[in-house]
Design a protein. Structure first.
Length: 269
């Protein structure tokens, strides 16, 4: 597992955007050879999406032959609700790039049969050959997507009841009223993410410092689902200085040393 530490969120976001764009470009996708990209919502990827839009507007990357799968969506929340992940993705990314609408996949939290919706999501990912790069963020308790503490590390896309901490954290998107946060969501599983060829997780801010420490310096645990990245053959955490506050000084020095060239230079696009 690689750990790339940037000075701040702005530098982190730009580096991740260039990395994602570079991976898309190097794949040389066509209409018969699609690049499959997993995407998150929340505050962590907003800066990355802004830079991806800028790269697209300057002709540095095209999403014409990219297929996306988002991590999750609330149940029984209208797609045009400002806190829905359909709305979030359109607002921050999809409406600004050239991705065909039919190439966008977001779980339908208003489906008549939610379990069937989850099964079809898994099936479609497999039909496309799996996710090549899964971009993600984490919660303060180290959860990936809505795979909260206690989730099986082999879990698949499913209906998930959200715990109090998750609803409290997300209440900022619902007028700071926890009673407005849906109690259930659809989410890809830990196993779904782990099936990806490559995983890149964004970790920013002091609030995520404990989760980063558990993911990097402690063992694999279903109580900190991000820690499963230790078992993936090609996983990377890109973080800022604030998120490293609970890591050992030696750990920070080690990763800064071995990744110093990657920290200094933007990935090639």
């Amino acid at each position: 597992m690689r750990i790339i530490i940037h000075e701040n969120y702005s530098a982190l976001s730009k580096w991740v955007a260039y990395y994602v764009a570079g991976r898309i470009n190097s794949f040389k996708s066509t209409e018969n050879k699609l690049f499959v990209l997993g995407l998150p919502t929340g505050s962590s990827p907003i800066g990355t999406y802004e830079h991806l839009v800028d790269l697209h507007e300057h002709g540095k990357v095209s999403f014409e032959n990219v297929v996306t799968f988002n991590m999750d969506e609330y149940v029984n929340l209208p797609e045009d609700h400002p806190a829905s992940y359909h709305y979030f993705m359109q607002h921050h990314l999809f409406s600004h790039i050239d991705i065909p609408p039919e190439n966008v996949n977001i779980l339908n939290g208003n489906a008549v049969d939610l379990e069937k919706e989850c099964d079809e999501y898994e099936r479609k990912i497999k039909e496309l050959g799996g996710i090549r790069l899964f971009l993600g963020g984490i919660g303060a308790d180290g959860h990936i997507a809505f795979n909260e503490p206690g989730s099986s590390l082999s879990s698949r896309t499913r209906v998930k009841t959200l715990n109090y901490d998750t609803k409290l954290e997300n209440s900022r998107f619902f007028d700071n009223d926890i009673s407005n946060v849906p109690g259930t969501a659809l989410t890809v599983g830990v196993g779904t993410v782990m099936d990806s060829e490559e995983i890149l997780i964004i970790v920013s801010g002091h609030k995520k410092a404990r989760a980063l420490q558990m993911a990097v310096e402690e063992g694999v645990s279903h109580m900190w689902t991000v820690s499963v990245l230790q078992l993936h053959k090609k996983s990377m955490i890109v973080c800022d200085e604030d998120a490293t506050e609970e890591l050992k000084v030696g750990t920070v020095k080690y990763f800064k040393d071995i990744e110093q060239d990657n920290i200094k230079h933007l990935p090639e696009v």
